[in-house]
Design a protein around this ligand. Structure first.
Ligand SMILES: NC(=O)C1=CN([C@@H]2O[C@H](COP(=O)(O)OP(=O)(O)OC[C@H]3O[C@@H](n4cnc5c(N)ncnc54)[C@H](O)[C@@H]3O)[C@@H](O)[C@H]2O)[C@@H](O)CC1
Ligand SMILES: [K+]
Length: 511
């Protein structure tokens, strides 16, 4: 699903109105009716007090339509206008009249702190104060109103996006932003819903299709793409019956050191369970028996050194080399990595200490084969590119970095982001149970396993991140968030593939 910017959404809005020959008021009615339907489906006529807070722009107009439809369906509704200016939008005004005609009373006007209504725990608040038209931080009593709603412990549903949240910048410390429990967003999600700095404002999120012009939506270059099941499915290549293990490639996983051989077992298991035809590990001698015992399916080559990597001999014709997990950063390992980079011309997958070595030896970045996939978590990224001011600054710095080195970067997080040239892919699978040791080793193994099967590195990264998260969701369903360990994610990879192609998505209740 495409993630669009506020200005692209406004353009889509205008084109839709023109091409479908409807008024902006009709589009508002259509959008807000979708919100009403969602609320009605969930509340089923429940006898609770619904307090609708409307701004005076089109987000407020949506709020008025939702309130009117709720009143028509006999809900107990109180409407408040957060009257921060007299500059009311046209569609706000016509809906303002309609609600007056229906309820024979004007909504309550709020003009300052003295007017704040009582909001109690158990109230249902609809936040339709500001939408994508926000152009500066909230000030004065309006900011206080937002904090007042946040402090009330009421259940808050935001329309389009939480009021006070920008679509293209991060709020400053102390800025007032609604903390929504649920956000119903029009047509496309907004990038800020997925950024670590802002995702907590959004709560659970659902996108409502409001029928904006299809042609515009299919042609517009998005700010980013959200990868869900449908998108992942389109990237998947089913296996050909007429094939053999050689058809699915050969992965070499290089890394490990004394006490950290488990990371290699995890990555290699993940590669094989993702479908790699053959897997070889290259490890220090201390890991020989461990790997052979834990994973008899893999072949094992060892360094001359017992505890760490010092000389990586890969005269094997591998389809992909994955380097870094558990490798440590000893000088001799750095030297060995340097040699490995010189010998390798196919895209690599680099993780963990591979990334740390790169950040301490910047000159090695130029030896990375083009289209290599780097898989840092935020701390590893910071070591690579330096500090950032906020998430948008981080995105800019990552994009500079990947363009300079012609690589693909997978930034791990609650929503893992894949960066390639100008493109950003946001993953929508996975859950908090996956924040466990070794989960990243599994991801590197999955991506390498896909590259070995001839997926382009970018596709391998995007699909790999999706499947890894899905396997985590399936694991959570079986074991609970706390009970997941990384080996489960590797073990359940096959189920993630099956889910991708099955009729119905596995409902893990996660992520
Ligand atoms: N596809 C679309 O774009 C659609 C948009 N609709 C609704 O329209 C909303 C956008 O409406 P608007 O453009 O009227 O904007 P908003 O309703 O988000 O904001 C209202 C106005 O407040 C002013 N303002 C901005 N920041 C302020 C601040 N900090 N303090 C005080 N005033 C401030 C601006 O002049 C802005 O136009 C969307 O979020 C959505 O809810 C829907 O009705 C229909 C479809
Ligand atoms: K809102």
């Amino acid at each position: 699903m495409k993630i669009l910017t506020a200005s692209q959404l406004k353009e889509a809005d205008e084109i839709t109105i023109e091409k479908q020959n409807i008024s902006s008021e009709e589009l508002m009615e259509r959008a807000a009716t979708q919100v009403f339907n969602e609320i009605h489906t969930r509340l089923q006529g429940a006898d609770i007090l619904i307090k609708v807070f409307c701004g005076i722009g089109n987000n407020g107009g949506d709020g008025l339509v939702i309130a009117r439809l709720l009143i028509e369906h006999s809900y107990n509704v109180k409407v408040f206008i957060v009257n921060y200016s007299d500059n009311r939008s046209k569609d706000f005004l016509s809906n303002y009249d309609k609600i007056k005609n229906l309820s024979r009373d004007w909504p309550v006007l709020l003009k300052g702190e003295d007017d704040f209504p009582d909001i109690k725990r158990g109230d249902f608040v609809i936040d339709a104060i500001f939408g994508i038209g926000l152009n500066r931080p909230l000030e004065g009593w309006v900011a206080k109103m937002v904090n007042f709603i946040n402090d009330s412990s009421a259940f808050v549903l935001s329309v389009d996006l939480p009021s006070g949240l920008f679509t293209d910048k991060i709020p400053e410390e102390g800025d007032a932003v609604i903390m929504a429990n649920f956000t119903l967003s029009f047509q496309t999600p907004k990038l800020v819903f997925f950024l670590p700095d802002t995702m907590d404002f959004v709560g659970d999120m659902q996108v409502l299709e409001i029928g904006l012009d299809r042609e515009f939506l299919s042609e517009v270059t998005p700010a980013a793409q959200l990868i869900g099941r449908q998108e992942a499915r389109s990237l998947y290549n089913p296996r050909n019956k007429n094939s053999h293990k050689g058809s699915y490639g050969h992965v070499i996983i290089v890394g490990g050191s004394y006490g950290k051989i488990g990371s290699i077992v995890l990555a290699t298991t993940a590669s094989m369970r993702t479908g790699a035809g053959l897997a070889t590990v290259f490890i220090p001698k201390c890991g020989y028996e461990i790997v052979q015992t834990a994973l008899p399916e893999a072949m094992v080559l060892t360094d001359v050194n017992y505890e760490m990597l010092t000389d990586i001999k890969t005269d094997l014709d591998a389809d992909v080399v994955c380097f870094g997990m558990g490798a440590g950063r000893d000088k001799s390992t750095v030297g060995a990595f340097k040699e490995l980079l010189k010998k390798t011309n196919k895209p690599m997958v680099i993780d963990a200490d591979g990334l740390n070595i790169l950040s301490e030896n910047n000159e090695l970045l130029q030896d990375l084969p083009e289209n290599s996939v780097l898989t840092p978590h935020p701390k590893e990224l910071e070591r690579l590119i330096g500090e950032w001011k906020d998430d948008f600054d981080k995105i800019e710095k990552v994009q500079e970095f990947i363009k300079k080195h012609k690589i693909i970067l997978v930034l791990k997080g609650a929503h893992t982001f894949v960066f390639e040239q100008e493109n950003i892919y946001v993953n929508n699978t996975g859950n908090a149970g996956m924040a466990t040791a070794g989960s990243g080793d599994v991801l590197s193994g999955v991506i390498a396993g896909l590259i070995s099967q001839k997926y382009e590195p970018l596709i391998a990264a995007v699909l790999g991140v999706y499947l890894h998260g899905k396997s985590g969701d399936i694991s959570a369903e079986k074991l609970g968030y706390e009970g997941i360990i990384s080996g489960d994610i590797a073990k359940n990879m096959g189920l993630a593939f099956r889910d991708l192609m099955s009729e119905n998505e596995t409902d893990s209740g996660a992520g």
